[in-house]
Write a protein that binds this ligand. Sequence first.
Ligand SMILES: C[S@@+](CC[C@H](N)C(=O)[O-])C[C@H]1O[C@@H](n2cnc3c(N)ncnc32)[C@H](O)[C@@H]1O
Length: 211
Amino acid sequence: MSVAEAQHGAHQGEHRAFLNRYYGWSRKFYDLTRKYYLFGRDTALERMLAEPWNSLVEIGPGTGRNLRKLRARRPHAKLGGIDASDAMLEHARAKCPWASLAQGFAEQADYSQLFGAPPERVLFSYCLSMVQEKERALDHALSQVAPGGEVWVVDFSDLSGLRQPMRGLLQRWLATFHVQPLDIELLRSRGAGIEHGPLHYFVIGRLRRPT
Ligand SMILES: C[S@@+](CC[C@H](N)C(=O)[O-])C[C@H]1O[C@@H](n2cnc3c(N)ncnc32)[C@H](O)[C@@H]1O
């Protein structure tokens, strides 16, 4: 193993340990509190459900909140998730016994391990803003989704519609949870279809892998 690989592994180990500490105590009231500030998730799910697909992997499914909503509307679809946090996975496994779930990192997980084939859709819902190597994770997702499939992202945008000091305060508060709002260039430079929420609070991005 090279020095760079060893350092990378150590960073991921620290990230996993942080997530386990943070979600170990907060996962029980996670869904209740997040509905007041993780906006745009249901809009993204509606957009996705407007089209046919039969398999989806969520990266960073957390408590499984989105997977449960998708399952209610598309009960025959294969649904799965890959999360870096063991604490969140334990919670999601209890809440979504029908889902295929595995521990892994967005930057390099093997998505095909879940269904034995690449998924038709990949969802990042308020996960990419927590991922350390965002570009690598997005490019990896595009290489792991089935040809002709799509990667969807819903997450904090640049918050440019918020006035100071509100914007700075929100950015600093998010940083305490290791959350960094997305740089829209990340999506734009990859040719994503982009839709913004009010005040650029959230963004929904849609990327298609060519067939
Ligand atoms: C803010 S929560 C969002 C949960 C869920 N997607 C939702 O919309 O409610 C972020 C999730 O991403 C996971 N996560 C953070 N960094 C990750 C990484 N590098 N690879 C995979 N999952 C990660 C966290 O453990 C957590 O479950």
